[in-house]
Design a protein around this ligand. Structure first.
Ligand code: HEM
Length: 376
């Protein structure tokens, strides 16, 4: 089904080991030749194939004895995603918050029952812009030396906190980057989450609340954030994340579709599963998102061009109904901007991960044409 042959051939590449260059230094400022030498002498970990779907997708206890919550230690990374934060704090991901893409796919499947192609799509998109392709590691929070020596600028390898790669404006419980901290739990935004749940959900968070809150968050940022932007790829995560708490944070034995607000706080703020938490039954992705988009039928991607209240449509951005344009733009613009001219093992690593991204896109039923920014 997938055009994987090239990937498996590449996987046979042998591991190159570090020689002259000390670990964890930026390579900015070196000549082209020195960069090539540095990158090709950095430890290259050829990425393994992404994990497949879970064999057993039934509801089960995930806050179990093998995965106890443990508080953060100095240096542990946590970021804007309440799910990844929680999975790291329970040991489904490395507790230091630095993980490989395969570990992330496994964790979101095992811990929360996220559907396989969507898990791969989210993970490889994020990894290609925020992770280190050579060491195959990504921080779920801030930039850290734990991901190894950086590839040459303009690549940033700065973790999930990086603004406008995948993280972006209009989060439910995190402030817009313009206001300073785009990744920590924000009590006043959570109070607004509670207010909307009380107003539209009788004290619970459900799809109706998700739609009303998303509408409010967009209007609020247009009115108050002079640098507001909601374009692809962030556009897609913003709408999907609105329904994720309903799809994944409700105990698997409860089919009401109503998320309790203490349970929401447990994930969003405390990064912990509630006691005896069961993951949902059956893998899903963004089911229910249509309820959110139905309330905003005329919304187009765009940004505040000249300060607050100057919302301008960005006609170059993919819309929610253009997943292939999203894929093509993401590869040819976002990734290419960070890696304009990769060589050696860096190019190999990017090519393998781009293949994984394309396979995930196709598996999610989107028959997009593959693009090859670095040749075949
Ligand atoms: C079942 C799995 C997952 C669930 C339930 C989940 C849930 C969420 C939710 C609810 C938010 C929004 C936080 C807010 O608005 O305050 C969020 C944000 C985020 N998630 Fe996840 N997530 C999952 C998997 C992933 C994966 C696999 C990745 C990538 C590796 C990821 C990356 C992010 C990022 C970058 C953000 C920040 C976006 C923003 O600016 O709000 N998530 N996630």
């Amino acid at each position: 089904m997938f055009a994987s042959l090239a990937v498996y051939t590449l996987l046979a590449l042998k591991v190159c080991t570090v020689s002259a260059f000390p670990a964890y230094k930026s390579l900015a400022g070196l000549t082209r030749e020195a960069l090539d030498a540095a990158v090709s002498s950095t430890t290259f970990v050829p990425p393994p194939s992404p994990p497949g779907p879970l064999a057993d997708q039934s509801a089960k206890l995930v806050n179990d004895a093998a995965h106890p919550y443990q508080p953060l230690r100095p240096g542990d990374q946590r970021g804007p995603c309440p799910a990844l934060n929680t999975l790291a704090s329970h040991g489904y991901l490395p507790r230091n918050g630095v993980a490989t893409p395969a570990q992330i796919v496994t964790a979101v499947q095992e811990g929360l029952n996220l559907e396989n192609s969507f898990a791969r799509f989210l993970t490889y998109s994020t990894f290609l812009v925020n992770g280190n392709p050579i060491t195959n590691l990504m921080s779920i929070g801030d930039k850290t030396s734990g991901t190894g020596q950086d590839p040459p600028k303009p690549a940033t390898v700065a973790g999930l906190d990086t603004h406008n790669n995948c993280e972006g404006d209009t989060s439910m419980t995190r402030a817009d980057a313009f206001f300073g901290d785009n990744h920590s739990f924000n009590e006043s935004r959570f109070q607004n989450f509670i207010k909307y749940s009380e107003k539209y959900g009788a004290g619970k968070y459900n799809y109706t609340v998700a739609a009303q809150l998303r509408k409010f968050l967009i209007q609020d940022s247009i009115q108050n954030n002079p640098q507001f932007s909601l374009v692809s790829p962030r556009l897609f995560t913003a709408f999907a994340e609105s329904v994720f708490p309903i799809n994944f944070f409700i105990d698997g034995r409860d089919t009401s579709g109503q998320l309790d607000l203490d349970v929401a706080r447990s994930f969003f703020q405390n990064m912990t599963f509630p006691p005896n938490f069961f993951r949902r039954a059956g893998a899903v992705s963004n089911v229910g998102q249509n309820v959110v988009t139905d309330l905003l039928p005329n919304f187009k991607p765009g940004y505040n061009a000249h300060g607050v209240n100057t919302f301008t449509v960005d006609s170059t951005s993919a819309t929610l109904t253009e997943p292939c344009l999203r894929y093509t733009n993401f590869v040819n613009k976002n990734i290419k901007q960070l890696y304009p001219n990769p060589t050696g093992v860096l190019k190999q690593a990017l090519t393998i991960n781009l293949q994984f991204l394309y396979e995930a896109t196709v598996a999610a039923n989107e028959s997009c044409t593959q693009v090859f920014p670095y040749g075949h």
